[in-house]
Design a protein around this ligand. Structure first.
Ligand SMILES: Cc1cc2nc3c(=O)[nH]c(=O)nc-3n(C[C@H](O)[C@H](O)[C@H](O)COP(=O)(O)O)c2cc1C
Length: 389
């Protein structure tokens, strides 16, 4: 997810509940960019493995012109089995440049684009992420016909059109159709928020090879564990919620301000303990990591109040909180102080106050639609508007 799932977030997600795999946010490729260098933190997973506490990650690329995409695709294919092409981004800037979901505007254009990429890179090295149409879902069968001609590594479908952006509900019947008609594995996307919604979607589209979870993984970061274990509730301790929340901010800070020592620490195996830590263990690991990188001290702990958290990392923490709060069973008023916190200390105090209001030490994490207003396709279908007469 663009602007969300950078390396620090993927590492954090792997530490929290370990999804099977991740994808980078799209890398927008042009004739001149990237030219000779790609940012070290775009896909550091290339140099890491499961033992380092990360999950494998597919690079996603977006380009208006196929030669640009092919050039960078060839670079990544030295290290990964396939690259993903973004044919779904609805942003007006991206569409205006002829990339993302604009590739779906005509089946001929879509065919030409894929044919050039597949003949250069090989279908088995290419996966596609798309929507069910540009203007209208009626465009889907013709797009499916195009896809039939290519032996892709995988197809992921977000069941909305470009016109929908994130409104309404994703159409899983379209994903079902694709999974029955195409030879490649088809993965579904849209509105997986809980075990219940996952089960419903798998009933509607039983031949899918898998699902991806976007916003739901921020609303309930333990969702992957829940889905794996087939449990209808995730219960975690308040102290673990707090430790994971703080860890997110810490990792953001380390990624932005201390990349080299941070990456060395990851490569040295600091995160190989996995995702079954208790709240106090997770808190201690945070403090050890902070002391190691901020103060260069191996064995001491540095309490969270002393971390030098920049405005950018604080803003990232608030972004996560804005999703996560709809997964925690407390009224939104209490969480507003966290979103408004002017600095790190105020953020910590507001978080403590919020957690104290949760009724018990053990917290059931689950989605509360009524408390969510972030990119909420499902939320926007609530009939809360009045007709203008
Ligand atoms: C903030 C945001 C950024 C996104 N960025 C990307 C992206 O870079 N590449 C992509 O393929 N999809 C992107 N998506 C779409 C998601 O991958 C997913 O298909 C969509 O959000 C529906 O799934 P969900 O209901 O599980 O979130 C983004 C979605 C959001 C909300």
């Amino acid at each position: 997810m663009e602007g969300v799932t950078d390396f620090a977030t993927r590492l954090w997600m792997a530490q929290t509940a370990a999804p099977d795999e991740a994808t980078t946010p799209f890398l927008r490729v042009t004739k001149d960019y990237p030219s000779k260098r790609i940012s070290a933190n775009f896909l550091p997973e290339i140099e890491l493995s499961k033992e380092h506490g990360v999950v494998s990650c597919v690079p996603q690329l977006m380009a208006s012109e196929t030669p640009d995409l092919i050039r960078i695709g060839e670079y990544f294919l030295k290290s990964v089995p396939f690259i993903d092409i973004n044919c779904g981004c609805p942003s007006p800037t991206v569409v205006g440049h002829g990339a993302g979901s604009s590739l779906l505007q005509s089946p001929e254009k879509f065919h030409r684009y894929l044919s050039e990429v597949v003949s250069a890179l090989g279908g088995e090295h290419v996966s596609v992420k798309m929507r069910v149409g540009f203007l209208d879902e009626g465009e889907f069968p013709a797009l499916l016909d195009v896809l039939r001609s290519f032996p892709l590594a995988r197809l992921t479908i977000h069941g909305r059109t470009r016109t929908d952006r994130y409104r309404g509900l994703a159409r899983w019947a379209h994903m079902d159709l694709a999974s029955r008609q195409l030879a490649c594995p088809v993965v579904g996307s849209g509105d997986v928020l809980s075990l219940e919604s996952f089960d419903e979607k798998m009933k509607e589209a039983p031949c899918l090879a898998g699902v991806i979870v976007g916003r739901g993984a921020l609303r309930n970061p333990w969702l992957f564990r829940q889905l794996r274990q087939g449990k209808d509730r995730v219960v975690v301790s308040r102290s673990l919620v707090k430790a994971r929340m703080l860890q997110f901010v810490l990792l953001q800070e380390l990624q932005q301000q201390h990349w080299e020592s941070f990456f060395k620490t990851v490569r040295d195996g600091f995160f190989n303990l996995g995702n079954e830590l208790s709240g106090s263990e997770a808190e201690e690991r945070n403090e050890l990591l902070a002391a190691k990188i901020f103060n260069g001290v191996e064995r001491e702990c540095l309490a969270a109040v002393l971390w030098p958290v920049s405005r950018v990392s604080l803003a990232r923490g608030k972004m996560l909180w804005n999703y996560l709060r709809s997964g925690l069973n407390a009224p939104p008023e209490l969480s507003v102080a966290i979103l408004r916190a002017p600095d790190w200390l105020a953020f910590l105090n507001a978080l403590d106050a919020f957690l104290e209001h949760l009724s018990a030490e053990d917290v059931a994490v689950g989605y509360h639609r009524e408390w969510d207003w972030v990119y909420s396709g499902a939320g926007s279908t609530i009939q809360d508007s009045r007709e203008i007469t």
